[in-house]
Write a protein that binds this ligand. Structure first.
Ligand code: ADP
Length: 389
């Protein structure tokens, strides 16, 4: 009797186990079906995308490509590309930047990367691309997913625009410089020899001022071209901060409208390209006069840092709202509310930032609407800067 009961019990347990297994099999089939569905959805999107798509393994070898990438690289079959490295299609000078971003991605120090670079097609022509990469998990394996967009058209247009600006500003610079010098001479003669009427002197003075503005704009355009072409060379020397302060303040004092206040030790010596740092300081001071004309006090503060110097130009003008602050140093960025306040191309702060970064320093702004702005930059001291160059 005991044996029969025990067998019945075992049978019931086995039936229950069987039911559980059947249930599990149904669930697994369901998961499998969902996985297959998502896989084929992914494959369809991957394949149909007009942008080049590829999947790579952790050794960076290409596992999968879509038709658009095969076409972008000028090949006919996917197998021509599968098993290769994308750097096999990249000119050697582009490798370093690309490798650095790949390392950051695979070491998980960056969630993704985006890079503008070029690739070499089968016929040896160059295609400019915007490359975006992320990592993803597939069946417990980490893979890389990359989208490669052909931006050759946009790239060439941009280059043409830069070329045009470069040529136009070069062509404009010479006649404007000579016009400026002639007007300066004329004004000096009018003043010194007391010739001409008061009206004539005012006109000639106005013409000199406007030519000066034109010269400033052209210089900004030329500097931007130099930065884009990587030609912003530094000529570093040692000089006291007071020297650049003096040359940036003369014209403000002549204007007679502003009260300049100085804080900190101006005898601090810095190691930098004097002309370029002067240009940065001049830009910050001119901006304070241009965009904060109601601020009659402009403060220039010099602070010694642990390994460098910090210079701040403070105005008590209308200030700048938070949403603009992070973009002020971008090329061509202007705050729309302020554009009526003066001519400009939105290049002054961009050029300043490039000059300071080339020195290994930092640049920034603190500002609150209604409370004025404090634009600052730092420069490392002699030892630190010699490491950067
Ligand atoms: P721009 O050549 O147009 O003067 P900048 O790059 O020097 O260009 O400045 C970018 C923008 O930052 C300006 O258009 C202006 O709106 C804003 N800005 C710069 N300095 C100040 C300031 N001290 N107070 C308020 N706004 C400023």
């Amino acid at each position: 009797m005991d044996i029969i009961n025990s067998l019945k019990k075992q049978n019931a347990e086995l039936t229950a186990e069987n039911e559980r297994l059947s249930e599990l099999a149904i669930q697994t089939a369901e998961v499998n079906r969902a996985y297959q569905e998502s896989q084929s959805r992914f494959q369809a999107i991957f394949e149909a995308s007009r942008m080049g798509n590829k999947i790579i393994a952790s050794d960076l070898k290409i596992l999968q490509v879509n038709a658009a990438l095969v076409k972008l690289l000028g090949y006919t079959a996917k197998d021509d590309i599968i098993g290769k490295l994308i750097l096999d299609y990249s000119p050697p000078e582009e490798h370093q930047a690309w490798r650095h971003l790949q390392q950051q991605l695979w070491k998980l120090t960056a969630p993704s990367f985006s890079l503008e670079t070029c690739l070499i097609r089968k016929d040896c022509t160059i295609v400019w691309c915007q490359v975006t990469s992320i990592l993803f998990n597939d069946n417990n394996q980490t893979l890389g997913y990359t989208i490669i967009e052909d931006i050759t058209g946009q790239y060439n247009l941009r280059k043409q625009k830069e070329e045009f600006i470069s040529v136009a500003s070069h062509e404009l610079k010479t006649p404007v410089t000579s016009l400026k010098a002639t007007l300066q001479l004329l004004n000096r003669m009018l003043d010194k020899e007391q010739i001409g009427s008061e009206g004539l002197r005012r006109l000639a003075g106005g013409a000199e001022k406007n030519t000066g503005k034109l010269d400033y704009l052209i210089t900004d355009l030329l500097n931007t071209t130099r930065i884009e072409q990587g030609q912003l060379a530094l000529n570093q020397t040692t000089f006291p901060v007071s020297e650049i302060m003096d040359s940036c303040c003369n014209h403000i004092e002549l204007e007679g409208k502003y009260l300049l206040t100085f804080q900190g030790d101006h005898s601090i010596v810095m190691f930098a390209d004097q002309q370029k740092v002067e240009q940065v300081l001049m830009n910050l001071v001119n901006n304070a006069m241009k965009y904060a004309p109601e601020s009659l006090v402009i403060t220039m503060r010099v602070e010694r840092l642990l390994s460098g110097v910090k210079i701040t130009v403070i105005d008590e003008g209308a200030g700048i709202s938070q949403r603009h602050l992070s973009r002020l140093f971008e090329r061509y960025y202007r705050v729309e509310e302020n554009t009526h306040q003066g001519s400009g191309l939105g290049l002054g702060l961009y050029i300043s930032a490039e000059i300071i970064r080339r020195h290994g320093g930092d640049i920034g702004v603190e500002s609150k609407p209604g409370e004025g702005s404090a634009f600052w930059f730092t420069l490392p001291d002699q030892n630190a800067s010699s490491l950067v160059i």
